[in-house]
Write a protein that binds this ligand. Structure first.
Ligand code: CP
Ligand code: NVA
Length: 299
């Protein structure tokens, strides 16, 4: 059982709970843990598009013997004036859990405040903790024990990166973050990481970040909702692309949460190359979230 009711970001759980969720996920993946959740229902509310999050949660619930339902804002009264708080109160009375993908993180917190069922963050503008669970599971599988891993985040200081920073601090992974000066992680996130463990080293030099890395992680430069910033961001991120030249002196594994924009933050060659572990990383969303759900629902 987890102490927290809701999973709004990775540090809602403790470091030992994180280890337990990841171990549970690995056991479910291997077939050693056959926990079922008959008739459990997950309501999934999406303000933004999704492939992995939607399909891995839905598939995961089916595999656990339960059910997931997709709710776009236009499909329900939320998109037609019903407040978030009322939506949360009602969904929380029907479902065993609610998974939400929203723009504003504060909206997620408002849903959590009013829902009696656990609320899981399936991505907000600030955080993507389910992605971090899958990322850590993948690192454990491909690289090894966390306290021996050196990781680099190269690119935007975005939602995926921020939850990864917190997760690395909790897991004891030695992380260096390289972002352009105007696109750093929030100071508040770095401060939280320092409270959880070792905070990341922060640089604006991507070469420095990957020098000793076992894992190099990037994400899109233009996240959902930032389309109007496209021109200025493409200029600011020059030199931050994961391409064969940039990675010439490292055999580090390459991670990306997907979807990727080939030719922007990563080249097709690197994404498809021998160092890439992105497809295992994507698969692990399924296993990691099943581990989270069984622990969150105390089964
Ligand atoms: N990585 C991730 O969350 O992908 P989707 O946007 O497809 O869900
Ligand atoms: N940073 C990206 C992640 C997508 C899964 C976005 O928010 O669009």
């Amino acid at each position: 059982m987890l102490e927290t009711t809701h999973f709004t970001d990775i540090d809602d759980i403790s470091a030992s709970e994180l280890d337990r969720v990841l171990t549970r996920a690995a056991d479910i993946k291997s077939g050693a843990d056959e926990t079922q959740l008959p008739r459990a229902t997950l309501a999934m509310l999406f303000e933004k598009p999704s492939t992995r999050t939607r399909v891995s949660f839905e598939t995961g619930m089916t595999q656990l013997g339960g059910h997931a339902l997709f709710l776009g804002p236009e499909d329900i009264q939320l998109g037609h004036g019903e407040p978030l708080s009322d939506t949360a109160r009602v969904l929380g009375r029907y479902g065993d859990a609610i998974m939400v993908r929203l723009f504003k993180h504060d909206d997620l917190l408002e849903i959590a405040e009013h829902s009696e069922a656990p609320v899981i963050n399936g991505l907000t503008d600030d955080a993507h903790p389910c992605q971090t669970l899958a990322d850590l599971l993948t690192i454990r599988e491909h690289v090894g024990e966390f306290d021996e891993v050196q990781a680099a985040w190269v690119g935007d200081g975005n939602n995926v990166g921020q939850s990864f920073v917190l997760g690395c601090a909790m897991a004891g992974i030695d992380l260096t973050v390289a972002t352009p000066p105007d696109y750093a992680m929030d100071d508040e996130v770095i401060a939280r990481a320092a409270e959880l463990g070792e905070p990341p080293k922060v640089t604006t030099n991507p070469d420095e970040a990957i020098a000793d890395a076992d894992v190099v992680y990037t994400d899109v430069w233009i996240s959902m909702g930032q389309e109007s910033q496209r021109h200025e961001k493409l200029q600011a991120f020059e030199g931050f692309q994961l391409n064969e030249d940039f990675l010439a002196d490292t055999d580090a594994k390459v991670m990306h949460c997907l979807p990727a924009h080939r030719g922007e933050e990563i080249t097709g060659d690197v994404l498809e190359g021998d160092q890439s572990i992105v497809w295992d990383q994507a698969e692990n969303r399924l296993h990691a979230q099943k581990g989270l759900i069984v622990e969150l629902l105390d089964k």
